[in-house]
Design a protein around this ligand. Structure first.
Ligand code: BGC
Length: 726
């Protein structure tokens, strides 16, 4: 063994209790100016990197940054998410929105562990998949990458993922902040007042910072007149000043900052992923006094201190590549897809609900092009190259056997209806793909950004990267891709409609007219408005981009092997007009505190399907509830009874607000109850969750006066328990 490097020695002292920041400061003091500046951005050349990224390099290798060999500083190696690791043939889990529908924090933590293991196996040390921007409007193209519309629910799930991942690697939460539209993400300025920002758009980030997340990624958009990647208000005043964040901040990719000086001075630690704005602009910025040497040192110290803090975790041996999509991880993806499925409607036909279907005897017609298409979601930065995808058709065939399941692609309505008429049950799979919603690059929002690109790469940096590419003799290939197929980013963007395509609606109507036992499975990353057709069919499930095992999960639930346990992580409004305004091309937009179920409540609109809603096959009820104060906690206890003959699942949801204030989710508990069984649930709510932001002082006002507490199965529950706590 060689001698320990200065970094290893510092890491050993940190493991023995030394202060990581002081140790990092000493390492930074030992760096040359050039080394310090090397740590301020990604280690790859701009043009060479971009070319590789466009050709699918994104799925083949990590993005390295901040490595200084002379001192043994390992830097970090980034790979993306959130539906799994995007490098190599990894496990494709259901998208985050589907996982939000599980309300299962233990499951999300286990997914985090699996992802952390796969991440290390492909050589990465930083996972970019904790995406928690709240869903302000269902048209947002990247809705599927987050967990839902409610800040508390989103924060708990993101914290669970972070806990799991960080047993093996560092995690990065994104996009900080108020990033909830896609087409205009590079140009839009979001104006938002202090109360709305802190009560609605930031609490989940704070929750994950409190969980100890290593890294924060800034957003592309501007907030209150400054780009997030160089916003002192967000990166320094809130993140460091108010919240005490101790990790480091990276930019979103390529266009996440505009000015070298302002970004360094205001709190962005590492520009990602290439040598771009800082590499070519910092000299000038220093000379102009836009930032100074102390700012540079602070940024590098933030990064090195975090690397020291995680040195022990990252010293663990790299797992073998066969952990990628291993049977255990696929079983977890299957479990998640099963728990995510939301049963929206299940009406009786001939006296009994149409679901579950007896797959041992029923003849099925599975209809729609999406029934037989691998459809994992977005084709941008979250795309996972899964080695196999179980489609709805494959899942149903594997449970029901191939002979009783026919497929019709639905293009011809008459043929589809005829196939449905010959079956006992028709399952229509409709919805969206990555062409309809997803990450978006291009359009007018990026046209003006060409000026930010450097004229040419630095020769040594370009040569080093060329050597990396040359050494990669057997790079990962996209499973099933034809030679020469374009495996780069697809173009999704914000949705242009919240409804199904007219052809899909006609297909549903034609099939339902031919077979009264018609079940519709909706594939989408967020809410789809279905009021124009849902009464034509007895059963509807929201089946998501359900990951590589999604088809098996659909079959399990439709066939009754598993309970439909998912609950909507957003509201499905009755009509578009009940949502906040959404202009995908806006350059400027104002966000207030009103979206989601609390906006519907304020305006007196009932949701078509409320936040938190989902049916089961079992017959569960919340039988009673009490709430009392215990020190700094509000303690809510409730009974859950299962009156039926099947095991069931309930998600007990606690909503609270001061008199006159909106009632928001403040706690929840997912419980499984045996057939005929009952159990007690206790939800502890720290009272600080009820505090309100005071915009004048920019501080929190503790909860005062009496609070209205609602214990419910969803946000619009007519049989909820209403309690008052003084
Ligand atoms: C996305 C981020 C992603 C990054 C790196 C960006 O375009 O906005 O979510 O983490 O690329 O892949």
């Amino acid at each position: 063994m060689g001698e320990a490097t200065p970094f290893q020695e510092a890491a050993r002292r940190v493991a023995d209790g030394a202060d990581p920041r002081a140790e990092a400061a000493a390492l930074v003091a030992a760096m040359t100016d050039e080394e310090r500046r090397w740590c301020l951005d990604g280690d790859l050349p701009f043009w060479g990197g971009l070319e590789d990224l466009g050709a699918g390099g994104y799925h083949r290798r990590t993005f390295p940054a901040a490595r200084v060999d002379r001192l043994g500083i390992p830097g970090f190696a980034f790979s993306d998410g959130p539906r799994g690791v995007v490098i190599g043939p990894a496990t494709a889990f259901p998208v985050s929105m589907a996982r939000g529908a599980t309300w299962d924090l233990d499951l999300e933590e286990r997914i985090g562990e699996a992802i952390g293991t796969e991440l290390r196996a492909v050589g990465a040390t930083l996972y970019g998949g904790v995406c928690v921007n709240v869903l302000r409007h269902p048209a947002w193209g990247r809705a599927q990458e987050t967990y839902g519309e409610d800040p508390f629910h989103v924060g708990e799930l993101g914290a669970a993922l972070t806990r799991g991942v960080q047993r093996h690697a560092m995690a990065c939460v994104k996009h900080f902040a108020a990033n909830s539209m896609e087409n205009a993400r590079f140009s839009v300025d979001v104006t938002v007042d202090d109360a709305a920002l802190h009560e609605v758009f930031l609490p989940h980030f704070r929750r994950i910072v409190d969980e100890g997340v290593a890294v924060v990624m800034s957003a592309y958009n501007a907030v209150n007149g400054e780009w997030c990647g160089q916003s002192r208000a967000l990166l320094t005043d809130v993140l460091r000043g108010e919240w005490g964040f101790e990790g480091f901040v990276i930019s979103d990719w390529i266009f996440g900052l505009r000015d070298a000086g302002a970004s360094v001075a205001n709190g962005l630690d590492v520009e990602m992923p290439y040598r771009m704005i800082r590499a070519f602009g910092l000299d000038e910025a220093l000379a102009a006094g836009e930032c100074d040497a102390a700012d540079v040192d602070r940024a590098v110290t933030n990064t090195v201190a975090t690397l020291l803090r995680f040195a022990r975790v990252l010293a663990a041996e790299r797992p073998p590549l066969d952990v990628l999509a291993s049977p255990t991880h696929r079983a977890l993806a299957h479990e998640a897809a099963t728990k995510a499925l939301v049963l929206l409607r299940n009406e009786p036909v001939d006296g009994a609900p149409v679901l579950p279907v007896d797959l041992d005897v029923a003849r099925l017609a599975v209809i729609g092009a999406l029934a037989d298409a691998p459809n994992l979601g977005d084709g941008g930065s979250s795309d996972v190259w899964a080695p196999e995808v179980i489609t709805p058709l494959a899942g149903l065939r594997s449970l029901a056997g191939p002979d009783r399941v026919v497929h019709h692609d639905g293009a011809d309505l008459v043929g589809a209806a005829a196939a449905a008429a010959r079956a006992d049950v028709a399952v229509v799979v409709v919805g969206y793909t990555k062409a309809d919603e997803g990450e978006y690059i291009g359009g007018s929002a990026t046209a003006h950004l060409a000026d930010l690109m450097p004229a040419a790469d630095e020769p040594e940096v370009a040569a080093a990267f060329a050597a990396v590419l040359a050494a990669d003799v057997e790079p990962f290939q996209k499973p099933g891709a034809a030679p020469g197929e374009d495996v780069g980013f697809s173009k999704g963007g914000d949705r242009t409609s919240l409804r199904l395509r007219p052809h899909d609606v006609e297909l549903i109507r034609a099939v339902a007219a031919a077979n009264p036992r018609t079940v519709v499975a909706i594939v989408a990353g967020s809410a789809v408005l279905i009021d124009e057709w849902h009464e034509a069919v007895p059963a509807v499930v929201q089946s998501w981009y359900a990951g590589m095992e999604g088809g098996r999960a659909l079959a399990d639930v439709l066939g009754g092997r598993a309970e439909p346990a998912g609950r909507l992580p957003f509201s499905v409004p009755a009509e578009e007009a009940h949502l906040p305004p959404f202009d995908p091309e806006a350059d400027a937009v104002t966000y207030d505190a009103w979206h989601g179920y609390w906006r519907l409540a304020r305006d007196g609109h009932r949701a078509a399907y409320p936040f938190g809603f989902g049916l089961g096959y079992a017959d569960l009820a919340i039988t009673g509830a009490v709430a009392q104060l215990d020190g700094d906690d509000l303690v809510v206890s409730a009974g859950v009874a299962n009156r039926g003959a099947r095991p069931g699942v309930e998600v007990v949801q606690v909503y609270a607000g001061a008199a006159g204030a909106p009632r928001r989710l403040v706690g929840f508990a997912r419980v499984e109850v045996a057939a005929g069984g009952a159990l007690d649930v206790v939800v502890r709510v720290p009272r600080e969750r009820l505090a309100r932001r005071d915009p004048a002082s920019r501080t929190w006002l503790p909860a005062a006066g009496s609070h209205h507490v609602v214990v419910a199965r969803h946000a619009d529950d007519d049989v909820a328990h209403h309690l008052v706590v003084d």
